[in-house]
Design a protein around this ligand. Structure first.
Ligand code: HEM
Length: 418
């Protein structure tokens, strides 16, 4: 037999045969819809839609995993290449668009009536979406915590996978750093957290105190109606306690140990710094990244919600083909336990109005700018560099040492007696 001439290991003749059909391997894809109702010689029309819908989902899961893996790889570099940030944003934003499509796609399957579904449901035997490997890989690679998962028939979800390659993929997805872990390390290195010219945490603490005084404490002192006064004081105490849970590192770490928070304290501070100063040029992209990660969490929660609504409509409170309680089990997964970036959502609790946000030191502002510094106009509102430690300024030759926020001297001194 004549040998086929090769090009990069591919037979040239085969290469020349490449066309739409062969490139997309449509022979495989389009012959993969085997209706069990047809196998049993009693075709149920809607089973076709049921199969196609699930397959479309699995293909989209595959694409999402491909994007998420590439983003994790970029984050995993020993020193993250900042020029890659735009690529990361682009890929994550692609993921959000796919997820939007997935959320909406449920509507199409809902055109099948519960009676139609009942026609072939028994033939699914014990097949269930619960056995979707790619869905579990996605959860793990994003960072869903094992301990937060809702138990399924008192079983670990991995028990439904027995093929060795599947078990290995699952194990790897549990052991390798998730997007959450990588984001946490990245946030811990947020520029501005450790510069000597700007003591973010001390300044933020003072600003919070000032804001709560202005908002609640001072009005309470001035209030003549005893009832309103008391309610303002109560609210002040509540707010203070809430802020203390992040301002006091020990309290914060205790909440991490309890499982109420996940991000390390340093990473949390990084995320807060980015959120408060997101209009600084070097924080624009990081803040977009945080926003996209929350979008992904929201969209996955929306998918879970739409899926469980469809399940209730299709099977009521019947048990699932995979053996779970069905609706009840799925309902319990539409919860914050599955929100990987919950700490970012909760961050808004600790945002303070713009007027109270401590102005950045000049040197940090320069660091976060993309302008060539010599040409950066001096803003009359610019704060001088702060130094709360030792009265020395490490980076700004003309920086005056001040130990308080600008305008603080003009504020009335309030004595706290609560
Ligand atoms: C008529 C349509 C559907 C019904 C009645 C249904 C029903 C169920 C039920 C009852 C469960 C719980 C596990 C069990 O006991 O079987 C489940 C889980 C699941 N289903 Fe569906 N499903 C439908 C469509 C889909 C579609 C289109 C997808 C897309 C991939 C899907 C993906 C999943 C996944 C990933 C799980 C696991 C969720 C988790 O454990 O958090 N399902 N489904």
């Amino acid at each position: 037999m004549a040998e086929c001439p090769m090009n990069n290991g591919v037979c040239k003749e085969e290469e020349n045969d490449l066309n739409y059909h062969s490139y997309l391997m449509l022979d495989n894809v389009l012959t993969s819809q085997v209706m069990q109702s047809a196998v049993k010689n009693k075709v149920v029309h809607d089973e076709h839609l049921f199969i196609i819908t699930h397959q479309a989902y699995e293909l989209w899961f595959k694409q999402i995993l491909y994007e998420v893996d590439s983003v994790r790889d970029m984050f995993m570099l020993p020193v993250m290449d900042e020029t890659k940030t735009i690529l990361i944003l682009n890929r994550l934003s692609r993921v959000t668009l796919i997820l939007k499509l997935m959320v909406d796609q449920i509507d199409i399957l809902e055109t099948m009536t519960p009676l139609d579904f009942l026609e072939f449901r028994l033939q699914l035997s014990s097949a269930s979406g619960f056995q979707s490997l790619q869905f579990r890989l996605l959860e793990n690679k994003m960072g869903v915590l094992e301990t937060y998962r809702v138990k399924y028939n008192q079983q670990h979800y991995t028990k439904v996978f027995s093929k060795s390659d599947q078990v290995k993929m699952l194990q790897d997805s549990i052991e390798q750093p998730s997007l959450f872990n990588l984001l946490e390390k990245w946030l811990e290195r947020t520029p501005g957290l450790t510069v000597k010219s700007f003591h973010f945490w001390d300044l933020y603490k003072r600003s919070v105190e000032r804001w709560l005084q202005d908002l609640l404490y001072i009005p309470a002192q001035k209030e003549t109606d005893e009832k309103i006064k008391q309610s303002l004081i109560e609210e002040y105490k509540k707010q203070k306690e809430s802020f203390d849970s992040i301002l006091d590192e020990d309290k914060y770490n205790a909440s991490v140990a309890r499982g109420d928070r996940r991000l390390s304290h340093q990473a949390f501070k990084g995320a807060l710094l980015i959120s408060l100063y997101h209009d600084q040029p070097r924080f624009n992209q990081p803040s977009k990244l945080l926003s996209l990660l929350m979008d992904i969490d929201s969209l996955l929660t929306k998918w879970r919600y739409n899926h469980v609504m469809m399940v209730q409509r299709m099977i009521g409170s019947k048990v699932g083909t995979g053996g779970s309680s069905g609706y009840q089990y799925l309902r319990s997964t539409v919860s914050d336990r599955y929100k990987v970036f919950l700490d970012l959502f909760n961050m808004s609790t600790y945002l303070i109005p713009r007027d109270y946000i401590p102005p950045l030191s000049r040197s940090l502002k320069r660091q976060l700018s993309i302008l060539i510094h010599e040409y950066m106009p001096r803003d009359p509102e610019d704060s001088d560099d702060y130094d709360l430690d030792d009265g020395t300024d490490d980076s700004s030759p003309e920086g005056k040492n001040v130990d308080s926020c600008p305008n603080e001297e003009t504020r009335p001194k309030v004595k706290f007696e609560i």
